[in-house]
Design a protein around this ligand. Structure first.
Ligand SMILES: NC(=O)c1ccc[n+]([C@@H]2O[C@H](COP(=O)([O-])OP(=O)(O)OC[C@H]3O[C@@H](n4cnc5c(N)ncnc54)[C@H](OP(=O)(O)O)[C@@H]3O)[C@@H](O)[C@H]2O)c1
Length: 241
């Protein structure tokens, strides 16, 4: 056991709900896991706890005793759910950055963030711009190791209704196997594969490189996420630099 603590943002979502059970699995290097959420999660197994936090009151309301070594972020909303561009940006950018900043001051060692295909601070598309700005701002914090995972359209069963996304999934899923070479990174990807890749990248870091000086950043496109989720070659994970 590494004695490390993992913190998860977005644990109730499509990717997050696939991720957190892995962190308390038999081979997991994490000793404790803390889910930060806006509502309580019931019936959690041993070794995992949920802390309800006031996202809108950040940074002042963030509890003083929460700290961790590895932060997994699967948090995000949609423009439709958020209701405005400002509200969307507050969730997908400000909440994440505020929490990362506080935890960095408390000794964070590694962060993995799900952003999106096309993340670019200069993108003409608002969604991609917010995700790109998040990547850029997180890169300016002193987090020793960061992995930005940029999936294409996520595949998986949702409880909420997202008609456009469902249409996209229905159209793109049959074509998934045909999207090879340069098209591979556009292929939709199961949320479960994103979660598995996050787990593999982070646990490899904990197990194989627990102490390494300097700052390392990796940007992991969708095709690479899918490869990592199925690989046994753990040496080349994510092209970490
Ligand atoms: N959907 C796609 O096809 C797609 C493609 C590429 C990248 N992404 C990105 O991948 C990441 C994970 O996506 P996902 O589909 O797994 O997300 P999701 O299922 O929509 O889950 C989002 C998570 O964020 C939390 N959240 C949303 N609004 C919040 C708020 N105002 N305050 C606190 N927590 C809030 C949700 O908590 P509650 O359960 O409390 O709502 C949930 O845990 C997101 O950043 C998304 O932008 C998605």
């Amino acid at each position: 056991m590494s004695g490390r603590t993992a913190i998860v943002l977005g644990a109730t979502g499509l990717v997050g709900s696939e991720l957190w059970p892995k962190l308390v699995g038999r081979d997991s290097p994490w000793e404790s896991v803390v889910l930060l959420a806006r509502r309580p999660l019931a019936a959690l197994p041993a070794g995992i706890s949920c802390r309800v936090i006031d996202f809108d009151g950040l940074p002042e309301t963030f509890p003083e005793d929460i700290r961790g070594d590895d932060l997994f972020c699967c948090l995000g909303t949609t423009l439709r759910q958020a209701g405005s561009r400002e509200a969307f940006r507050r969730v997908d950018h400000d909440y994440v950055l505020e929490i990362a900043r506080i935890l960095t001051q408390r000794g964070l060692r590694q962060m993995l963030v799900v952003t999106a295909l096309g993340s670019d601070p200069d993108s003409r598309f608002f969604y991609n711009r917010v995700k790109g700005q998040l990547e850029a701002d997180l890169s300016n914090l002193d987090i020793p190791v960061i992995s930005f995972l940029r999936p294409s359209l996520l595949l998986g069963e949702r409880s909420d209704s997202r008609p456009l996304e469902r249409l996209g999934q229905a159209a793109a899923t049959p074509a998934r196997g045909l999207m090879r070479g340069p098209l591979a990174t556009l292929a939709p990807i199961p949320a479960a594969e994103v979660a598995e890749a996050m787990y593999r990248i982070a646990s490899h870091e904990v197990n194989e490189r627990p102490v390494q000086p300097g700052i390392r950043r990796a940007v992991i496109p969708s095709s690479e996420i899918a490869r990592i989720a199925h690989t046994t070659d753990l040496q080349s994970l994510g092209g970490m630099k």
